[in-house]
Design a protein around this ligand. Sequence first.
Ligand SMILES: *Cc1c(COP(=O)(O)O)cnc(C)c1O
Length: 401
Amino acid sequence: MNQYIETEKQYYMGTVRRQPVVIERGQGSRVWDTDGKEYLDFTAGWAVDCLGHCPPVMVQAIAEQASTLIQTSNQFYTLPQLKLVQILVENSALDKVFLCNSGAEANEGAIKLARKYGRENRNGAVEIITALDSFHGRTLGSLAATGNPHYQANFQPLMTGFVHVPYGDIEAIRKATNQNTCAVMLEPVQGEGGVNVPPADYLQEVRAWCDQEGLLLILDEIQTGIGRLGTLFGYEQFGVEPDVMTLAKAMGGGVPIGAFMCKDSCDVLRPGDHGSTYGGNALTAAAAYAVVKEVIDGGWVDHGRVMGERLKAGLERVKAAHEDSVKEVRGMGLLLAVEFHEAIAGEVVTSCNAGGLLLNPVRPTAVRFMPALNVSDAEVDIAVDRFERALVDAVERVSKG
Ligand SMILES: *Cc1c(COP(=O)(O)O)cnc(C)c1O
């Protein structure tokens, strides 16, 4: 395995901090490394592999589509694209879809839509209010939207037109609103920011404020969408409907695809305003359609919610048994985090790797759990068990220095 890690170091730009695990293949919630060691994968391709690794419906859809039609340009109509946008609209509160290739791209599109909407409906207003600790992507527009100076520091000057306010604080949004504001853009639960669940009435208050002021509410559901929080879309958990919603990650189940959606009331983009060469190409659209259809028809949203409750209960038991090291268990559905008293997340993840459980150290003091929606009872129980052992191991290692 070490030779692969050396090869990466020699040839790949040093932009990513990887775990020393070379994954060769995956099936369901399990992956195997190049030494044949098996792991339970509770990172799921970063909340992407919502049906686990290589789900048969997806493998079949890709194989069939690959031998039928892979890519045309968007100069033409294709059937997989139409099936995909239809299933997204029919199962959400939104009316129109634009297909792209990633989360950042989806947010770029949503930002452009909001700016044009502001130009046409709010006297040229173009400013967007976003939250601190948010994550909206790493392209220059989505990076400017992201409320985290850590990601932005080396890339100034950033695109202007974003105001950042504390997450979960409706008063801060009210204060930041002015005649130049066109939209508020939020994650229903912040993912990369550390799995931060807002106060229960926050999104409803934001919705009411946006209605009152004529602002668009953009929900970035790139991480929370397609079942992650226990409902098909995160907004359902909070009793609100966004005007604009962005999707990616689980929507493709592992193929690179994203989307931004809007209500008819703000469907302002016209020919020439936006485009994408690969966006919604036949191959990825067919794969995404198969994934979304299976998530809905297979009952995996409900299953995921039940598994989320089971996992949370298990992690709460670990907390109760290890109050010295575990401070909090938080999150919704299958987007959960364990917060430690000390910055031991890296050590815990190292011990988890050794014990056969893949987790994400989302913060120095927290690890994130985001398994596939179709993870089983038994897999959840094994993961909790492995996590507890790894925690004990890591704490012991840290205390020995
Ligand atoms: C992952 C993520 C993005 C960026 O998606 P990419 O596909 O990596 O560009 C944007 N917003 C949220 C909430 C995310 O979790």
